[in-house]
Structure formats: structure tokens, C-alpha cells
Ligand binder design. Structure first.
Ligand code: MV4
Length: 646
């Protein structure tokens, strides 16, 4: 149905991405926003914007009635759902249709069918799409699962039919472990998805995750646009995505592409979809599930095909035929995408929230950065902490990897920590460069990486910090005005250090622990220091917040607080015993109760925030004097969880 005004029922980088193409095709655009997003980039870029509620997604971006109401108010006659939120919600697609609004996506029937792994697998088997041998029956009795697992052969995967992202999934090695796995998977699935329905599959060991981009139109055409390899994941979160798959052959691509098209055609698929497959070491592939939306990682397909997939979505929704036939779709070069997250790899990938002091995406030919950040951005605890997708395109995979690592080097994100160095180190890892990237890559090759430890302040970083601190103290002059050295006391993570800084004009002598570093300051401002050290001139991006200095260093971000004039605290003092929530989230498990004896460093509670579990540890020895929360309870950042006393 012809439409003229598109409402984007999403936020962040994907809302920005969709608005860009919709505008380029001449459509009017409408953003929606929560209380937390009033100043967000997607709101600024859209022609109009409608407030839809409080920051919590359940009260705003997930509210079908609020989105439909925003369409009515603004006169939007089409909705692009982006990914996540309402993008795979058949009730939302149905509600749009009921109100005469074009839903830019497949039919509610296709969304619903693919939302059930059990029903989707039955349909795929009928359509001749290769599936992992398994059990997808309606009979959910334990005895049936045990019998079926014996037929399939161990190890087996127990999966939630309504699941995704590894939730409600269990790997079971032997029959004896099956009943317990069924019980936990069932309850996890019931809690997460409102359905405890399970399926069984033969477990494929260390597979690749290879997905095929498909597109259907309302005239019965359906094509595939090559594959993406998304094997490198961490706890079911994709980390690196690329096209083409490093081990793909034209023949395998054709077979997987045709299987994906058969899958899509079996549900009269319309619009952009992704058919996920596991690819084993022998080159056998198996249908996993179909995602009925535009995916986060669609840019790598856009770069190797030269097509704008959002443009295709808008054309298809407008009733046009697909822009290209199968034999007109070509793949050229290689593209790699990484997801830049505000999280701390040095502390179990703890999500980072708060003010972004500096955001400077790299500008390089062949590099695309999709993000939704404005200058004075904020990472909200209410949303996914993905800051940007950084994508590089090259003639070869090696070129793309090299360029992408460089683009990350050039990208500055300060104020919150990020996984930038983790990504760079992975892109430069010999096993990655060799293309040997199964789903086991991180566990096999990346558990000892330096980026997984708290960043250390090397001599050069300390010299940079000293220069910036003195520059700030003396408003541009590096003369300490005294004959002796100036002390600079720093807090870096858990560590406190004292530097002695002697200045001679623009040259600073920075002494720490018996070593002395000479640094020449070439220029300095709020955003960067230009300096010379050991005969080499370099730059270091920086940002200040109060007395804390953030540095973007080649070995990761550093936060150094100038505590020279702060009241002294004994370095190894016992903690106060007060356990507080490090961020907004929910208590998953309380591991202790009142009266329990605990040791410093012991895990006392597990909380979940932004889809990730965090262990909360005692900061002193003692006994649990009081517990202020209960399991499953929502907690606010800094809320007291429990107290440890003598
Ligand atoms: C599997 C599997 C092995 N065998 N199914 C994980 C998320 C969900 N989309 C499917 N997943 C898997 N399903 C069978 N029969 C291994 C995984 C898997 C995985 C898949 C893709 C990327 C990373 C992964 C990490 C662990 C497990």
C-alpha cells in the first residue's frame, strides 16, 4: 500500500539508519522517544517526533497502543520497527494492519510461525530445508523427551521453542542429566517467553553461525543476498560479523541460498528476513531459525552487494517488485562489522552507564560507522549498551580486518569504558586473520587477552596524565614555579600512585617508582595532548570529568583521578561492608542470608542488568547483618543490597 510518512518505532543507531534512507527516498519521517531520549540523535534527525512515555521500554518502546497513537497523531501511514522491541511481534504487525498503517515487514502469520522453533522446524522439514535431527513434537512429557533423546543420540541440545539468544537452551551430555535440564530450561523459558515449550536437537560441536539474507516481495519473488558469518559471539551476543563467510564456496553458497529461499517461500515471506544456519566442520549446514526483521549486522551485506536493504524494505512495503533478480545480485570484496559496547572487559564486561564525555567516530574511506550518539550523549541503563557499529569494507578480508582495527584505533569514546581494545585485539589475532572463526573462538583463543584485565597505567600514560594535570592546574603554563618537583597523586582503578613532576619549560620529567620519563608537551587542550616522547611525536585523546582524566591509550581506555589534594584513605582499608547495586537491574540470586559468615571477595549475590549477569562480592570479611532485597527484585543503581559487619 502506498504510504508517505514513515514512523520509526525504535531508537538509537537503527532509527537513525532507517530515517536516513527514508528521507533519501522522499518520505516524511517520524521519530518516537521516551523520557530518556528527548535529546537523542534519532529525534533530531526525524522531521517530527512523538513522546511515547517513560524511559522503561515496557512503558514506551514496547507499547503497541502508544506507537499506534503516535501514528494517528502524526499522520504516519507506515511503521518501520527496526530490530528488537516490536519488530517480531505479530500482534503489533496485526494492530498496524487494523489501523490502516503499513507495517514494513512480513505478515503477522509469518512472524508468528517463525516465532515458534517447533512449528518453524516442522514447516522447514516439509519444505525440504535441512534441519538438525531432533524432536519437535507437541507431546512435552519428560518420558517422551528421554525416549527421543536416546533416538537422536547424545549430546543433545534442549531449546525453548519460543527462545532466542541462548535463553532456555541447555547442552546435555548424557541421559541421566536430561530431566534436570528439561526442568530448568522449561522454567527459564516460561519466565522469559511465557511458554515452557521445548524441542530437542542433536548438538553440533563448535559450529559456525552462518546466516543468509533473504528478501521477498508481494509479487512472489524471493532472492538471497549472500551470507554473513556471525560465529564470534560472547554469551550469545554477536561480537564480530562478516561477509562473505571465510570458508564459503560458490557451490555451498548456492545450496544454502536456495535452502533459505525455500524456507522463506514456505511462509510466503515478504520483506527482509534472515535464515540462520549452523555450518559444521564437514560443510554440512542445518536450519536453526528465521529472523523476521532487518538485522543489526545488515551493513556487511549492504557493503558486499552494494545495495541499501532499507531501500529494498521500503520498496517492497510500497508494493514494488524486488530491485534485482537473483542473477543480478553480485558479491564484491569483504566487509567486517564489530559492535562497540559501553562495557568494561576488564571487569567481566560490566555494562557502563552515564555520561559520554567524548565521542569521535573515525572518518576513513571504506569505513562506515552507524551510531545514534550526539555530542553530550548518555548511556542509559534502560537500553542496550551498544554505542555504535563500526564496519569496514576492503578488497579482501585481510584488508577489511586491518582497516577496521585502524578505524577503532581512530574512534574515541571516553567517559565510559568500552570493548574497543577487546575488538582491536581480536581483529589482529592470527587465528581470526586466518579465518578460523567458529563459535568456540573466544573460549579457545581469547581468554587470556590483555584487554580482559583492568587497564594498566604504563610510564607513557602516567607522563601524559602528569602533563595534562599540570597544564590544567596552571592554566596552560608548565612552570611549577618551584625549584623542587611537584607531587601528583593518582588513583587508577584500585591502585594509588604518586608521581614527582619536574618541569623545565615544555619538558616534563615524570618520576614514578624509580623510573623517570621525559615528555615534551607540543600542545594541549581539553580534548587531546600532542607530545614528544623518546624522539617520537604522538597524540592522545583525553576528556575531563571533575578531577578524573580519561585517556584513550593504545592499550585501552584509562581513567585516572587526581587525588593530590583529596583526604588520604588507607590503601588497603577494609571495605565498609555495604553491598550496593552497581547499576539498575534485578537481583537474580541471593547466595547468603542474615547471619552467614562471609570472606572478602566472596560472591554474595548475582544481579542481572542489560541482559548480563553480574556477581556482587563482599568488600570485607564478617557476617551478614542484614539483607535489604529479595530475589527477583528490581534494584536501582547504588541501592543497598546487604550489609556485612563484624
Ligand atoms: C545449537 C548449537 C549446537 N547444536 N544447536 C546458540 C544460540 C541459538 N541461536 C542457537 N545456538 C546454538 N544452537 C545445535 N543443535 C550451538 C549453538 C551455539 C551457538 C550458535 C551460534 C553462535 C554461537 C553459539 C555459541 C554457543 C552455542
Amino acid at each position: 500500500m502506498a504510504f508517505s510518512k514513515v514512523l520509526i518505532a525504535n531508537r538509537g543507531e537503527i532509527a537513525v539508519r532507517v530515517i536516513r534512507t527514508a528521507k533519501a527516498l522522499g518520505y516524511r519521517t517520524v521519530a518516537v522517544f521516551s523520557d530518556a531520549d528527548a535529546k537523542a540523535l534519532h529525534v533530531q534527525l526525524a522531521d517530527e517526533a512523538v513522546h511515547i512515555g517513560p524511559a522503561r521500554v515496557a512503558d514506551s518502546y514496547l507499547r503497541i497502543d502508544a506507537i499506534i497513537d503516535a501514528c494517528k497523531k502524526s499522520g504516519a501511514d507506515a511503521v518501520h520497527p527496526g530490530y528488537g522491541f516490536l519488530s517480531e511481534n505479530e500482534e503489533f504487525a496485526e494492530a498496524c494492519a487494523d489501523h490502516g498503517i503499513t507495517f514494513i515487514g512480513p505478515t503477522p502469520k509469518a512472524i508468528e510461525l517463525m516465532g515458534s522453533k517447533r512449528l518453524a522446524k516442522i514447516r522447514m522439514i516439509e519444505a525440504g530445508v535441512p534441519c538438525v535431527p531432533g524432536y519437535e513434537g507437541a507431546d512435552q512429557a519428560d518420558a517422551t523427551f528421554v525416549k527421543e533423546a536416546q533416538r537422536i543420540g547424545f549430546p543433545v541440545m534442549v531449546k525453548a521453542s519460543a527462545g532466542g539468544g541462548g535463553r532456555g537452551m541447555r547442552l546435555v551430555q548424557a541421559a541421566a542429566d536430561l530431566p534436570a535440564a528439561l526442568a530448568t530450561a522449561r522454567s527459564e523459558a516460561q519466565n522469559a517467553f511465557g511458554s515452557g515449550e521445548l524441542i530437542l536437537e542433536k548438538a553440533v560441536i563448535a559450529p559456525r553461525h552462518v546466516e543468509i539474507q533473504v528478501f521477498g516481495d508481494t509479487h512472489g519473488n524471493c532472492v538471497y543476498l549472500g551470507e554473513r558469518d556471525c560465529s564470534i559471539q560472547r554469551r550469545h551476543q554477536k561480537v564480530i560479523e562478516e561477509a562473505p563467510c571465510p570458508v564459503m564456496t560458490p557451490e555451498l553458497r548456492r545450496r544454502m541460498g536456495e535452502a533459505a529461499v525455500a524456507a522463506a517461500k514456505s511462509v510466503d515471506y515478504v520483506g527482509a528476513g534472515t535464515v540462520e544456519f549452523l555450518l559444521d566442520a564437514e560443510g554440512h549446514f542445518y536450519f536453526l531459525e528465521m529472523n523476521t526483521r532487518l538485522q543489526v549486522e545488515h551493513p556487511v551485506t549492504e557493503l558486499v552487494t552494494g545495495q541499501d536493504l532499507v531501500e529494498w524494505q521500503l520498496r517492497v512495503a510500497n508494493g514494488e517488485a524486488l530491485p534485482l533478480a537473483q542473477d543480478e545480485i553480485t558479491l564484491t570484496g569483504a566487509a567486517i562489522e564489530v559492535r562497540l559496547y559501553a562495557e568494561d572487559p576488564g571487569h567481566h564486561f560490566l555494562p557502563q552507564t552515564g555520561a559520554v564525555l567524548r565521542w569521535h567516530p573515525a572518518k576513513l574511506p571504506g569505513v562506515r560507522i552507524d551510531h545514534g550518539m550526539t555530542g553530550g550523549g548518555e548511556i542509559s541503563p534502560h537500553y542496550d549498551p551498544m554505542v555504535a557499529k563500526v564496519i569496514a569494507y576492503g578488497r579482501t578480508r585481510t584488508d577489511a580486518a586491518r582497516l577496521l582495527a585502524r578505524a577503532l584505533d581512530d574512534t574515541v569514546l571516553l567517559g565510559v569504558n568500552s570493548n574497543k581494545q577487546f575488538l582491536v585485539n581480536m581483529l589482529r589475532h592470527p587465528v581470526f586473520i586466518a579465518g578460523d572463526t567458529s563459535t568456540a573462538f573466544i573460549d579457545r583463543h581469547f581468554t587470556d587477552d590483555a584487554s580482559l584485565k583492568p587497564a594498566v597505567a604504563d610510564a607513557e600514560s602516567l607522563a601524559i596524565a602528569a602533563a595534562l594535570i599540570l597544564q590544567r592546574r596552571h592554566a596552560g603554563s608548565f612552570h611549577t614555579g618551584l625549584a623542587g618537583a611537584t607531587p601528583v597523586k593518582l588513583q587508577v582503578g584500585e591502585q594509588q600512585l604518586t608521581l614527582a613532576v619536574q618541569s623545565r619549560g615544555t619538558v616534563l620529567e615524570v618520576s614514578h617508582g624509580g623510573a623517570c620519563t621525559l615528555i615534551t608537551v607540543l600542545s594541549a587542550d581539553e580534548h587531546a595532548l600532542h607530545y614528544e616522547l623518546d624522539g617520537v611525536r604522538r597524540r592522545c585523546a583525553c576528556a575531563w570529568s571533575g578531577s578524573t582524566l580519561y585517556l584513550d591509550r593504545a592499550n585501552g581506555n584509562l581513567a585516572l583521578t587526581d587525588i593530590t589534594h583529596a583526604p588520604a584513605v588507607s590503601a588497603d582499608a577494609e571495605g565498609d561492608g555495604l553491598l550496593r547495586a552497581p547499576m539498575d537491574g534485578a537481583i537474580v540470586t541471593l547466595l547468603v542470608k542474615e547471619g552467614d559468615a562471609v570472606l572478602k571477595g566472596q560472591t554474595l549475590a548475582v544481579m542481572e542488568a542489560m541482559k548480563i549477569e553480574h556477581q556482587l562480592k563482599a568488600n570485607r570479611d564478617g557476617r551478614v547483618a542484614s539483607v535489604s532485597v529479595s530475589e527477583k527484585q528490581q534494584v536501582k543503581k547504588r541501592q543497598q543490597i546487604l550489609l556485612v559487619q563484624d
